[in-house]
Design a binder for this molecule. Structure first.
Ligand SMILES: Nc1ncnc2c1ncn2[C@@H]1O[C@H](COP(=O)(O)OP(=O)(O)OP(=O)(O)O)[C@@H](O)[C@H]1O
Ligand SMILES: [Mg+2]
Length: 263
């Protein structure tokens, strides 16, 4: 079966200049020969220390930065300008901070409807019906479409962001630290929403997180990253039960245990 995401020998880096843009051009490699696949309906977790290149990998998969190697989304090459519209239908993103992703003065319904309006998709009534459908899908009452963003809780804002991502009916979502800024109980609700969407829509996901417990809860397969390389990948139980790479062992050992009750 065609993979949702297939990355082969993907490398990329950023160009910076010393002396605040005036100095020598310095190329900083970030990803070094990444191989990663996601099958339809699969949730894959990507873990690794801060700065190892997880977000950069997500940006490559979304076609936001140049890379060398090959990235196919449902068999179509990512990053070629001609495919942009089709790519938006195949892969979408949810980021960490929903407050930074949404205009606080806008009503939730306007935000959800915007891409359909721009794409002139359907009549006004059809678009509003789709907004209601999406709100229901992300666990919000249709009346929320009349709420302005600043009137929503962070968890509700993240649900709107997920709704925006679902609007073009993608098959793959890149969730980059999507529950990291939420408190534990709200984060758990969003995690369960991801699970539900995976079950009901067969939505595939790359779940990027530094929280190993969350990744274990949600993902069937896990890739561990260090310094721009994937050092180990496999079924979640394998990675947690018998990690092979020394780095994975160190990462697992670094998870703090909950302290006991105060005496
Ligand atoms: N736009 C940019 N220009 C130059 N360097 C960048 C840029 N974005 C990221 N980097 C660098 O690339 C490296 C990888 O960054 P990236 O954001 O992918 O890490 P990450 O694994 O997502 O980290 P975190 O867990 O903290 O989110 C870092 O060293 C970072 O400083
Ligand atoms: Mg990141």
């Amino acid at each position: 079966m065609e993979k949702l995401l297939s990355m082969r020998q993907v490398s990329c880096g950023y160009v910076t200049r010393s002396l605040g843009g005036l100095g020598r051009r310095v190329e900083k490699p970030v990803l070094r020969g990444i191989d990663l696949e996601i099958a339809p309906g699969e949730i894959v977790g990507l873990v690794g220390e801060s700065g190892c290149g997880k977000t950069t990998l997500g940006k490559c998969a979304l076609g936001l930065i140049d890379y060398s190697g090959e990235i196919l989304i449902g068999g179509l090459r990512q990053g070629t300008g001609a495919n942009r519209k089709e790519m938006a239908r195949r892969v979408q993103a949810v980021f960490q901070d929903p407050s930074a992703s949404l205009n606080p003065a806008w009503k939730a319904g306007w935000i959800l409807e915007e891409p359909l309006r721009i794409g002139k998709a359907g009549s006004g009534a059809e678009r509003r019906r789709r907004v209601d459908e999406i709100l229901e899908l992300v666990g919000l009452d249709p009346s929320y479409k009349n709420r302005r963003v600043h009137e929503l809780s962070v968890g509700q804002k993240q649900r709107i962001c997920i709704g925006c991502a679902l609007m073009p009916k993608p098959r793959l979502i890149i969730a980059d630290e999507a529950v990291s800024s939420l408190d534990v109980s709200v984060g758990a609700q969003i995690l369960n929403l991801f699970r539900e969407l995976n079950r009901s829509l067969g939505l595939g996901m790359l779940f990027i997180s530094h929280n190993l417990s969350l990744v274990y809860y949600l993902c069937s397969r896990i890739a561990v990253m260090k310094d721009g390389r994937i050092v180990e990948q496999g079924a979640a139980e394998e990675i947690y039960g018998s990690p092979r790479a020394a780095y994975t062992k160190a990462l697992l050992e670094s998870v703090p245990e909950a302290p006991g009750p105060p005496r």
